[in-house]
Design a protein around this ligand. Structure first.
Ligand code: FAD
Length: 620
């Protein structure tokens, strides 16, 4: 039987990407189209499928490797006739362009590249309890935004949500509660810094119950507001667990209480069009013991107490944000990360500044290390590690009072009987969509975490508006609305740590890896009057402009990053500049108020342009 190389096919804009998951091992029998590895850029993750069926002979890559088109993933013994000559399979194609699109560059949301088979929809002949123009499944930022926009456009909308409150992960157990806690932590840290300004406070007295109550009040205010807005818009909320029973019908098993307790009651909702916004959930490592001392982000946000020693499994944004909160409250932190750095996706120079400021929170930062086992003991959770790559060091096992699993989130696509509606779901539970957010079934759309990376609320909301507009346009014969599409150039990312780290568009590391010539304007906050006045001048603001010969010295902004307090509040300006195709003069000549941190964006542009007078003169 021939042995062939399975190579990375054309992966479009993903010039060089890191392997974050290896899904097969030597000896495995695999099918054609089966996913082999998952790769990730800062914008998206995608699975690379096998072009052939066969038995894996040898893996040629490992976790953390950087690969590109043509890299050999593995060798495969195959029975496929003509396999030796056959090219590698391309990942599922990029989204089809929508009608009437402004010809911008490729949309920021990368497709989930894994192919999915189109199932045949079941035929449903029962009677419906409710009918509507648009059924929205899931009440998170994607779902409620879609429902509200569709209602505002005059459609009859039913929104199905299994929990008691709207808002999904973001409002209930994600963005908002984490920021409520992070704000308190930042104020506590800030107060600590005031000693240097001659003001001393005593050590803080922490009431965990009081803090939890504060967080719940914040969440309640926002979710209560959503319920009121749904009412104002006459959106019908059906509480329960939804599963498709046909291409135009959803069954809802009614739920009650604060969890998802089923009442036994059922309702059928029939719809003309549907928007799937069922979100994602935290990944749980299979070997982690069932123990209250092992939590995911939801468990960490429940704030049951402050551990002495805490392990953060996964050095991404969610883990580091939660770690910041717990460490300010008194926990000592360890973090374990398989890749070679924390906060992947952000430029290393920005992360370095954050890491220096935060070094005191950590006892151990274990990079290129994997967690291979854990045991619940009376003393704590004993966790075993191993080097993630050959020749690396294996740290000794450690025992923790709390282990936070923050190793990623997995989409809920496989839990909604999407196949009964004919909607294709990938092996990993994602739903592929085009840039109008349409699934393989023309009248069913999908948005938010369930359609892919980046799993961020602001992406979900924008996708939601697109889906609602396209649907309204099609139902009402409004061509302008029907042409709506998700063609954002960039989607900003923010780590709301202290200092915050925010970035958008091309990063400097990507520019280097992809051989893109950029002109950099880097403004150090040590030259910012406001940052110095705030006692927080460790930050930098960095802008990257196209410096290719075609740009003739007037290159447009391609990306930017900020590390510093309130970086997240400022990154939107850089996103706007990228969307508008601004160059260094546009940004530098825009008058920013003085003294502000936002001014640093104008100054970074002036530095790129060579006209900044707030820093020493550039060396000739
Ligand atoms: P979700 O918010 O997951 O909502 C899906 C909804 O569908 C849920 O309410 C769920 O109950 C419901 N549902 C699912 N299946 C069914 C079913 N079968 N029947 C009925 N209902 C169903 N993003 C940011 O942009 N900024 C941040 O600062 C940020 N911080 C985060 C912090 C944490 C700790 C976490 C975990 C996430 C954070 N995120 C943040 C990510 C953000 O929460 C998600 O990207 C966002 O919530 C996705 O919205 P969604 O509508 O796609 O899905």
């Amino acid at each position: 039987m021939p042995i062939i190389d399975i190579k990375v096919p054309d992966i479009g804009d993903f010039a060089e990407v890191s392997i974050i998951e290896v899904m097969v091992q030597p000896g495995d029998t695999i099918k054609a189209e089966q996913s082999l590895i998952t790769v990730e850029s800062d914008k998206a993750s995608m699975e690379i499928p096998s072009s052939h069926a066969g038995v894996v002979k040898e893996l040629k890559v490992q976790l953390g490797d950087k690969i590109h088109e043509g890299s050999v993933v593995l060798t495969l013994e195959t029975q496929d006739a003509g396999a030796a000559a056959a090219p590698a399979t391309a990942p599922a194609s990029a989204p089809a362009p929508a009608r009437n699109l402004e010809p911008k560059q490729a949309p920021a949301q990368a497709p989930q590249a894994q192919a999915a088979t189109n199932p045949v929809a079941s035929s449903f002949s029962g009677t419906a309890d409710l009918d509507c123009d648009v059924l929205v499944l899931g009440g998170g930022p994607g779902g409620y935004s879609a429902a509200f926009r569709a209602a505002d456009l005059g459609l009859k909308v039913v929104l199905v949500e299994r929990y008691a409150t709207l808002g999904g992960v973001c409002l209930n157990v994600g963005c908002i509660p984490s920021k409520a806690l992070l704000h308190v932590a930042a104020v506590m840290d800030e107060v600590g810094h005031l000693a240097a300004a001659g003001i001393e406070f005593g050590a803080p007295k922490v009431s965990v119950d009081g803090l939890r109550g504060h967080k719940e009040k914040v969440v309640g205010k926002l979710t209560g507001g959503l319920a009121a807005m749904a009412k104002m818009r006459k959106v019908t909320i059906v509480r329960g667990y939804g599963s498709f029973v046909g291409a135009n019908a959803l069954e809802v098993e009614e739920t009650t209480g604060s969890a998802q307790d089923k009442t036994g009651g059922k309702k059928i909702v029939s719809f003309k069009k549907a928007i799937i916004a069922a979100g994602s959930q935290a990944v749980r490592l299979p070997f982690m013991p069932e123990d209250p001392r092992v939590v995911d982000s939801t468990g960490a946000l429940a704030l049951q107490g402050v551990p002495k020693r805490m392990l953060i499994l996964g050095g991404g944004i969610i883990g580091l944000e939660m770690g910041t909160v717990y460490s300010t409250l008194g926990a000592r932190l360890d973090v374990v990360e398989m890749l070679d750095g924390l906060m992947q996706g952000a430029d290393r120079d920005l992360v370095k500044i954050w890491q220096k400021m935060n070094a005191k929170r950590f006892d151990n930062i274990m990079l290129k290390t994997k967690t291979v086992g854990a045991q619940a003991t009376p003393e704590g959770i004993k966790v075993m590690f191993a080097a993630a790559e050959e020749g690396g060091t294996t740290p000794e096992p450690q025992t923790y009072d709390l282990v936070l699993q923050a190793v990623g989130r997995t989409p809920n696509g496989k839990k909604i009987a999407a196949d009964k509606a004919g909607v294709a779901v990938t092996d990993r539970g994602f739903i592929n969509v085009d840039i109008q957010m349409r699934t393989n079934v023309p009248h069913i759309f999908a948005i938010g975490d369930i359609v892919g990376q980046p799993m961020l609320a602001h992406k979900a909301v924008h996708e939601a508006h697109v889906a609602a507009e396209v649907i309204a346009g099609e139902l009402q014969g409004n061509q302008e609305l029907a042409s709506s599409a998700f063609n954002a150039r960039v989607i900003p990312s923010v780590a709301y740590t202290d200092p915050e780290v925010a970035w958008v568009g091309l990063t400097e590391d990507q520019a280097k890896a992809q051989g893109i010539k950029v002109k950099k304007g880097l403004f150090p906050w040590s030259a910012s009057g406001r940052a110095i006045a705030n006692g927080r001048d460790e930050g930098v603001t960095k802008l990257l402009f196209d410096d290719s010969p075609e740009a003739h010295g007037h290159g447009k902004i391609l990306g930017g990053g900020i590390v510093g307090t309130h970086a997240g509040d400022m990154i939107g300006e850089i996103a706007l500049a990228i969307e508008m195709g601004a160059d260094a003069v546009d940004i530098g000549k825009t008058i920013h108020p003085h003294p502000t941190l936002g001014e640093s964006i104008g100054m970074a542009a002036e530095i790129a342009h060579g006209s900044c007078t707030d820093v020493p003169p550039a060396r000739k």
